[in-house]
Ligand binder design. Structure first.
Ligand SMILES: Cc1cc2nc3c(=O)[nH]c(=O)nc-3n(C[C@H](O)[C@H](O)[C@H](O)COP(=O)(O)OP(=O)(O)OC[C@H]3O[C@@H](n4cnc5c(N)ncnc54)[C@H](O)[C@@H]3O)c2cc1C
Length: 167
């Protein structure tokens, strides 16, 4: 078969695969490989791990969060305050007026635990909260809590994770 005929055949096959509604399955289509989504760009609702930050992380802290997220293969999310302050884009907001997420692990740095945030991450399997205020509401929801300053703890946790991964 000539190359031109092959192209014609393939166009004909493609047109047989698409119905008027565009919904007909193509018998010739075959899944060859399933690739894991990039945690940096994945929709937060599909993320298996999320490293989230709030006001307590501070304007420079989100860069640190990204480094930690990369090491953990996690997506970065945050509170509405973080969005309002321009630290993360709106599609990264977790909560009532943001995304409802259900990751295996949700690490919350400097987030107070307002109900409007918690409703968005209530389905997380394991919630770890880091906050310098021991009476912060988020500790009522967290499986593990660390009372401390994000500015000090973020680099320490990042170092510890890097050390364990040997990278
Ligand atoms: C209709 C409506 C819808 C809303 N929808 C959402 C929503 O979808 N998502 C959402 O998140 N919010 C939403 N909100 C806002 C919500 O009520 C809170 O204002 C918001 O979640 C607070 O964000 P935050 O925890 O980052 O900030 P804050 O409440 O200011 O808390 C910051 C926390 O960081 C801690 N902290 C400060 N510095 C440090 C430090 N150096 N180290 C460690 N901890 C520190 C503080 O102790 C505090 O607990 C909504 C509100 C309304 C009225």
């Amino acid at each position: 078969m000539t190359a031109r005929a092959a192209r014609k055949n393939s166009r004909a096959a493609a047109s047989r695969c698409s119905s008027a509604s565009g919904a007909a399955p193509c018998a010739a289509a075959r899944v060859r490989r399933v690739m894991a989504a990039d945690p940096r760009t994945v929709d937060l609702r599909d993320a298996e791990r999320i490293v989230a930050g709030g006001r307590g992380v501070g304007p420079d802290g989100f860069h640190q969060l990204e480094v930690l997220a990369d090491l953990l293969g996690a997506a970065v999310g945050g509170s509405r305050v973080a969005v309002d302050l321009g630290w993360i884009p709106w599609e990264r907001q977790v909560g009532q007026s943001g995304r409802a997420v259900a990751p295996e692990l949700y690490l919350a740095f400097g987030i107070s635990g307002a109900s409007q945030h918690m409703v968005g991450c209530a389905a997380a399997k394991t919630l770890v909260a880091i906050n310098r205020d021991s009476s912060a509401a988020i500790f009522r929801y967290a499986r593990y809590g660390i009372v401390g300053d994000c500015v000090e703890l973020l680099p320490e946790i990042t170092r510890a994770v890097r050390g364990r991964r040997g990278s």
